[in-house]
Write a protein that binds this ligand. Sequence first.
Ligand code: SF4
Length: 107
Amino acid sequence: MNDEVKPKRSRKAKQDLSQSEKVLEKAKQIPESLRATYLKAMSGKSRRAAMRAFCQECVCYSRAQVRDCTGYTCPMYPYRPYQGGTDEPEPESGEPEPEEEEGEECV
Ligand code: SF4
């Protein structure tokens, strides 16, 4: 018989672990060049990153499709990134996003 006592984790701790695991799992499926934006958004510290990540996910991670979006009635439309061109730098990180990785299956 195993008398080892396992530390109990609260339901909240289990839920948090589960959420962070899910976020990391999803991040692995996002093109590497856009992954940092998603993780920044999920940190809860950047609304701008959240808007970028939302639009990127909406169009399967294609900057050109975000820029050329025709979802005129979407609440994100006035705020969508890349309206100034595909080489628009990532404003908050100071690091421009590398060239777009396209052609992979949308996640
Ligand atoms: S603005 Fe366009 S790309 Fe962004 S979420 Fe809306 S429909 Fe999708």
